[in-house]
Design a binder for this molecule. Structure first.
Ligand code: LMR
Length: 396
């Protein structure tokens, strides 16, 4: 029976890591998968996370099951961190479910939307994170795109995005990136988010917000402002949250889905549905990462230390943006100043698919096939090699 399966191409993002691991060149530069790196190229475990993990292991007396929606203390802490205390005070209207990473939360959200309205479609930004397509599409949602980014001018196409939303029928689902847009790094400003909130409310659209890089754009409050603004404007909302990058616990698969309903009665129905859906997908989410995050957030000293380190990570990425933009502009005699204005780990370089392959094969510079780079992969040691190399690829 298994002989009927066809060979699939490598994942566009994870395939970059697989190719990089096989490359033995000492020059290789990893600008692929979205993980934070320090100047030595390592992906660190934040101090507070390491300490919380040790304390948690020492204190833990059982590993018996929790429930399909996970650790309630973790869920409440994460809801407060992401949605803000105003919204968490509307506890009755909120349903929370721990999930295996932000990806698990996205999948759970997709399943919930389909349970509510079979045959639903979801409108995603053009472009969007490559894995949104199989993650949401394989759940059964039909994917459609809305205009988002002009790659020739490195700007948002905001008016066209709003026009698209304005023409959607009530009940249409719209996927938004809360901050640190993946793959472009191009975020909306405050006035643009207000305009989005207004059209979502007026057209009675259903926002589904992906928050995968909280704290890595500007800071925890400014990065979450989009979610808090939209939550005030609309009666219903889904938010998929990832702890992978900001807590540095990638492979622990820790995330949460928050669902805001129009009242406590529908919210209790949603909670029951989330529990049923999670049970059918993975039965229970993995506990380890959530127990660590709960401890970091609930102990003031650990929380403060984590926030300090997170702030340092965001500042480092933003200073790498300046360094890269200046050096690339110098090396190419073209303007890369737009990289400085973008946020989070990613920007998309103006390279053809062929130039991306040339960079990999001739120079051992690895990035996603669409030219997306992880800015955190730039370092003081590789910036010269990288920018002169990219300039030669762009000329070629
Ligand atoms: C990325 O976009 O590189 C990250 O979100 C990691 C992943 O799973 O794709």
């Amino acid at each position: 029976m298994l002989e009927t399966l066809i060979r699939v191409p490598p994942d566009p993002i994870l395939g970059v890591t697989a190719a990089l691991q096989k490359d033995e060149s000492t020059d290789k530069v990893d600008l692929g998968v979205g993980v934070y790196k320090d100047d030595s190229g390592k992906t660190p475990i934040p101090r507070a996370v390491k300490r919380a993990e040790q304390e948690m292991l020492a204190a833990q007396t059982t590993k018996t099951y929790l429930s399909p929606i996970g650790n309630p203390d973790f869920n409440t802490q994460m809801a407060a961190l992401t949605l803000g205390s105003d919204l968490v005070n509307r506890k009755g209207d909120l349903s929370l479910a721990q999930a295996p990473g932000g990806s698990g939360a996205l999948r759970l959200g997709a399943e919930l939307l389909l349970a509510a309205r079979p045959g639903s479609s979801i409108h995603v930004s053009d472009p969007t994170w490559a894995n949104h397509v199989p993650l949401l599409g394989n759940a059964g949602l039909r994917l459609e795109t809305y205009p988002y980014y002009d790659a020739a001018r490195n700007t948002l196409v905001f008016d066209r995005m709003i026009e698209h939303f304005d023409a959607l029928p009530a009940g249409s689902v719209v996927l938004l990136h809360a901050c640190c847009h993946n793959p472009t790094g191009q975020d909306l400003d405050g006035a643009q988010w207000s305009a989005v909130a207004e059209v979502l409310a007026r057209r009675r659209l259903m926002p589904f917000i992906d928050m995968a890089y909280h704290g890595l754009g500007e800071d925890l409050d400014r990065d979450a402002a989009s979610i808090r603004l939209i939550a005030k404007a609309v009666p219903e909302l889904l938010v998929a949250v990832s702890c992978s990058k900001n807590f540095g616990i990638y492979r622990e698969r820790t995330g949460m889905l928050a669902v805001l309903s129009a009242g406590s009665e529908p919210a209790s129905v949603v909670t029951g549905q989330l529990s049923r859906l999670a049970r059918s997908l993975w039965s229970m989410p993995p506990d380890h990462g959530a127990a660590i995050v709960d401890r970091v957030l609930s102990q003031p000293e650990l929380r403060q230390d984590w926030m300090t380190e997170l702030h340092h990570m965001a500042n480092r990425i933003n200073s790498l943006r300046s360094l890269l933009a200046d050096r690339l502009s110098e090396a190419t005699q073209r303007d890369f100043g737009w990289i400085k204005a973008q946020r989070g780990m990613f920007s998309r370089l103006p390279l053809s698919a062929e130039q991306v392959i040339n960079a990999r094969e001739a120079l051992h510079i690895y990035m996603a096939p669409d030219g997306r780079i992880n800015v955190a992969g730039v370092s003081s040691a590789n910036v010269d090699y990288l920018t002169t190399g990219l300039a030669s690829v762009m000329r070629g």
